[in-house]
Design a protein around this ligand. Structure first.
Ligand code: URA
Length: 244
């Protein structure tokens, strides 16, 4: 059981003060009856709550797919830069979401935001083998030898040996290359450092898929949307979470 004003403010119906006055004005019904006291206890999963004509659908977690733009950081707070959380509407920030893993400030593409700690943990742990697919442009040509090196496990500048990764060449010439890289881990600057160890530079990086989900191409950079139920279920399945 939780206070009615807390339940409603947590899901974005306004501040507690605003909710208090809404309730006083007779706009909120619990199990068919108008209530006048916003401090009453309710069970949001059992009681039927209406605000005006709208049935309140209570939920604990939110899951957002964002097409991250450049120049924002994948953090919940930053002293200097705008964060991905700053891009969200208040109806989502009230859930206190955080980014699942990080994309560099200059990397764009699929960023998942949620307040579901268990799913976050599984999605970023290499133990659950969740693939992250990147599209990258490289300053030099990329060849069979590079593909082999990725497959064998690239050794980074700090001596860390990466898990085997899949490198696919979309096109390549002496002017540069376009590639896809599939990783199951997410070390700091990993894709860039993998190419650096081959003496090549990533000049553009976009994450295009996360586990079974592909970035919704209708999302412009900076836009986001909630995951659909089927998308969330497939993501959970991929992360080894029992849906029952
Ligand atoms: N690898 C990188 O180098 N940067 C990212 O943002 C993600 C993966």
């Amino acid at each position: 059981m939780e206070r009615l004003d807390k339940v409603l403010s947590n899901i974005g119906y306004g501040s507690r003060k605003e909710i208090k006055s809404m309730v006083k004005d007779g706009k909120v019904k619990v199990d068919g009856k108008v209530v006048k006291d916003s401090s009453i206890s309710v069970d949001p999963e059992k009681n039927e709550i209406y605000v005006g004509e709208e049935k309140v659908s209570y939920r604990k977690y939110i899951y957002l797919m964002m097409n991250k733009p450049t120049d924002v950081v994948s953090a919940t707070f930053d002293n200097y830069d705008k964060t991905v959380i700053d891009l969200l509407e208040e109806k989502y920030t009230v859930f206190e979401p955080f980014p699942v893993g990080r994309l560099d400030k200059d990397t764009v593409g699929f960023l998942l935001l949620t307040n579901d700690g268990e799913l976050n943990h599984r999605l970023i742990s290499p133990k659950w083998h969740v693939d992250k697919l990147y599209y990258a442009r490289i300053d030099k040509d990329v060849d069979e030898e590079d593909i082999r090196a990725f497959k064998e496990g690239i050794v980074l500048d700090d001596g860390y040996k990466c898990l085997p990764a899949v490198l696919e060449v979309i096109c390549s010439s002496e002017n540069g290359a376009e590639v896809h890289v599939t990783l199951q881990e997410g070390k700091f600057h990993q894709v860039k450092r993998m190419f650096q160890s081959l003496d090549k530079t990533v000049v553009y990086l976009k994450r295009v898929a996360f586990g079974p989900l592909t970035l919704d191409e209708s999302l412009e950079e900076g836009q986001y949307r909630e995951l659909r139920e089927d998308e969330l279920n497939s993501l959970k399945e991929d992360a080894g979470i029992d849906l029952n």
